[in-house]
Design a protein around this ligand. Structure first.
Ligand SMILES: [Zn+2]
Length: 145
């Protein structure tokens, strides 16, 4: 058994506190946050007591869409997903995407607020070919806003 209980605590999940998701009404960018995590650090561990609390709320940046009381699984899809070199890269939010762009360019992210998530970068993102294609796609996505 590869993922026994003794291994689990070194392998726990982590996510951003604030998520950018795609608005189900206008397909623009919406912000998903949790009341129970306001004032906490920008990264939340699944070991935090708030992980499974169904108090997500979603507020669209561009239309009146609002909803609340959602479980994580019920959230709309993440907003930042881009494909390049045959692989898809995703980010929890704009700052996370910005960190990934730096990381793919080989720049230091140790002191970036989302730098810790660099350890979650998929192996597919980091091959020589995909890495530069994705870095360009991230740069273009950030530049368009
Ligand atoms: Zn909307």
């Amino acid at each position: 058994m590869l993922n026994g209980p003794s291994h689990a605590r070194y392998d726990h999940r982590c996510r951003a506190r604030d998520l950018h998701v795609r608005c189900p009404r206008c397909h623009g960018r919406a912000l998903a946050t949790k009341d129970s995590e306001q004032g906490q650090s920008v990264l939340i561990s699944e070991l935090a007591g708030t992980w499974d609390v169904a108090d997500w709320q979603v507020r669209c940046d561009s239309c009146p869409y609002r909803t609340s009381g959602l479980a994580f699984e019920a959230l709309p899809a993440l907003f930042y997903r881009l494909a390049a070199g045959g692989v898809e890269l995703w980010a929890y939010n704009r700052d996370h995407l910005e960190m990934l762009g730096r990381f793919l360019e080989g720049r230091d992210v140790d002191h970036h607020p989302y730098g810790w998530l660099a350890t979650y970068a998929h192996k597919d993102w980091l091959t020589k070919k995909n890495r530069s294609a994705l870095a360009r796609a991230v740069g273009a996505a950030l530049h368009l806003e």
